[in-house]
Design a protein around this ligand. Structure first.
Ligand code: ATP
Length: 240
């Protein structure tokens, strides 16, 4: 019966120096659902996720997490409040092992039983990582690397997981596997997901809600079903 959205973005504007990028962006992310954000290159999708994560300051507007204003909360405190970001490319530490990368995702759990238990849980969700725990992250395949980046973000038991183009560089099959793992996670860990993707057909198949960003503005919002059948979306993003 939750009426407060997990995340509410209200009139968010930001940019780099005096170059504006996002203009008055508003949307809600309901709890427990997968929300897709689509848009052309340079539309401002990465900037949007970075601003929500607290890596870039907003020039105006508000960010509400569970009804609490986090607009001025530092990035680390947003993580502690349940927000996690998987940046584009994953940004793993290639010369550290898979296990060490996972540990970094939840250093706040301490190097004790809590950490061990969470790694065991994560390895059940991502069996491929269980086998490769002692390997260097830089030796993983592209798909495994993305799995590891998602797993690392999941270490802190986030309630809101944001993913920036997780399918970059992956084959269609690996993309399908990764997105289906994310769907499973959303269902089993009561997770709310915001996913930015260029693979629009694939992401609209897993998402419940969608927003289209164009030149830093939200141009369309709706259910994923509405997006899938929209002529303009099909022609612009789905190659039809
Ligand atoms: P892509 O799909 O290519 O990653 P995007 O939708 O994620 O695109 P952003 O990366 O958010 O778009 O970029 C939005 C705009 O902000 C672009 O015009 C980009 O050139 C500009 N921009 C991004 N990062 C910076 C930066 N660090 N300094 C200055 N301008 C930037």
């Amino acid at each position: 019966q939750q009426t407060v959205p997990m995340l509410e973005v209200r009139g968010l504007s930001t940019g780099y120096g005096n170059i504006p990028v996002l203009h008055d962006v508003s949307f809600e992310v309901p709890q427990g659902k997968v929300t897709a954000v689509i848009g052309a290159n340079g539309a401002g999708k990465t900037t949007l996720l970075s601003t929500i994560a607290g890596l870039i300051p907003a020039t105006s507007g508000q960010l509400m997490l569970d009804g609490t204003d986090i607009s001025r909360t530092p990035a680390a405190s947003r993580t502690a409040a349940g927000l996690a970001l998987v940046p584009e490319g994953g940004r793993l530490f290639p010369f550290m092992t898979v296990r060490e990368n996972l540990e970094l995702g939840a250093y706040s759990l301490g190097r004790d039983a809590g950490m061990r238990q969470r790694i065991a849980e994560i390895c059940e969700i991502f069996p491929v990582l269980a086998e490769r725990q002692s390997q260097m992250a830089g030796h993983l395949s592209g798909g495994e690397r993305q799995m590891c980046a998602v797993a690392r973000a999941m270490m802190s038991r986030p309630r809101l997981l944001m993913l920036d183009e997780p399918s970059v560089g992956l084959s269609p099959l690996m993309t399908e596997r990764l997105l289906s793992t994310i769907s499973d996670l959303a269902a089993s860990e009561a997770l709310t997901v915001v996913i930015v993707e260029q693979r629009v057909t694939e992401v609209l198949a897993m998402a419940e809600l969608a927003h289209m960003l164009d030149h830093g503005r939200i141009m369309k919002s709706g259910t994923a079903g509405e997006f899938r059948t929209d002529r303009m979306i099909q022609e612009t993003y789905m190659g039809r």
